[in-house]
Design a protein around this ligand. Structure first.
Ligand SMILES: C[S@@+](CC[C@H](N)C(=O)[O-])C[C@H]1O[C@@H](n2cnc3c(N)ncnc32)[C@H](O)[C@@H]1O
Length: 260
């Protein structure tokens, strides 16, 4: 299992008096209900703060709202859309995989099935509320994910720790999406895989002006944004539309030499 480190110094964290500290005692992080809180900054700012408190509040209703409201508003069969995304995750037996922003663990069982009982899963989210939902949903899961509260733009893991990284649904929310993508490639081994995506209108949806497109635009301005450029440390092998044209998924490999 990849170690947890202080994202400022990259020194390993060791348990001490119910907290996680660097050996030199310069940095210390709390454990809340057994979940390490390795946030940087300790109090998120800007969009990170806004979405952290929103998802802490909204986490118990996330699934139901997606099943009912999401279905009505998008007209998309969410179960089918989710399984298409899950099918694209290229995790293999025994791999160590990081999921960034798992929310209530929608893709955890797919990752667990692929890595098998000897694999390792870490799930990092900025919202403790979402991590509690994730904890509840993965109680019986093998392998059990290690949960970490952290910021996608400051990952508390050593460089080249994981075989692969999966992320869906947070790029439009991050305060610093470019930095997050660089962090995705930093923590994955050279040659390893990174898959990330988010909601975004396809060309077809951009030309629509019916009630669905209007409401979706109003609820989530992210639909009309373009995703951040893939950093040079990642080679984008393919990009595809998901969620019937309401999202994208980029399948990337970490380049062997260059790092952003
Ligand atoms: C729209 S939900 C997506 C959840 C899940 N991956 C899915 O596909 O349904 C966005 C998730 O991103 C998390 N998030 C938002 N900003 C974050 C950040 N800066 N770092 C890590 N996670 C973040 C939220 O707490 C939430 O769980």
């Amino acid at each position: 299992m990849p170690k947890l480190v202080c994202h400022e110094s990259l020194f390993p964290l060791v348990p001490r008096n119910g907290r996680l500290d660097t050996e030199d005692g310069q940095h210390s992080y709390p454990l809340i209900n057994g979940i390490p809180v390795c946030l940087y900054p300790a109090q998120p700012v800007g969009d990170d703060a806004r979405w952290q408190s929103y998802y802490d509040w909204f986490s118990p209703f996330y699934d139901a709202s997606e099943r009912v409201l999401g279905r009505v508003l998008t007209g998309v069969d969410i179960v089918v859309a989710r399984s298409e995304v899950a099918a694209a995750i290229p995790a293999c037996l025994n791999q160590a995989v990081l999921e960034v922003s798992p929310g209530p663990a929608i893709y955890q069982s797919a990752i667990a099935q692929r890595v098998g009982s000897a694999g390792h899963i870490t799930a990092l989210d900025i919202s403790l509320g979402m991590l509690r939902q994730c904890q509840h949903r993965t109680q019986q899961q093998i392998p059990h994910p290690r949960l970490v509260c952290g910021n996608a733009a400051h990952l508390p893991f050593p460089t080249h720790s994981f075989d692969g990284l999966f992320h869906f649904g947070g790029v439009n929310l991050f305060s610093d999406p470019s930095r997050a993508l660089s962090e995705f490639s930093r923590v994955v081994k050279p040659g390893g895989w990174v898959i990330y995506g988010d909601e975004q209108f396809s060309t077809h949806w951009r030309s629509r002006n019916d009630w669905r497109a209007k409401i979706l635009r109003r609820l989530n301005p992210g639909y009309d944004r373009t995703p951040p450029d893939t950093p040079s440390s990642l080679e984008c092998l393919s990009e595809r539309e998901v969620f019937a044209g309401l999202g994208y998924l980029r399948i990337c490999r970490v380049r062997k030499a260059v790092h952003d």
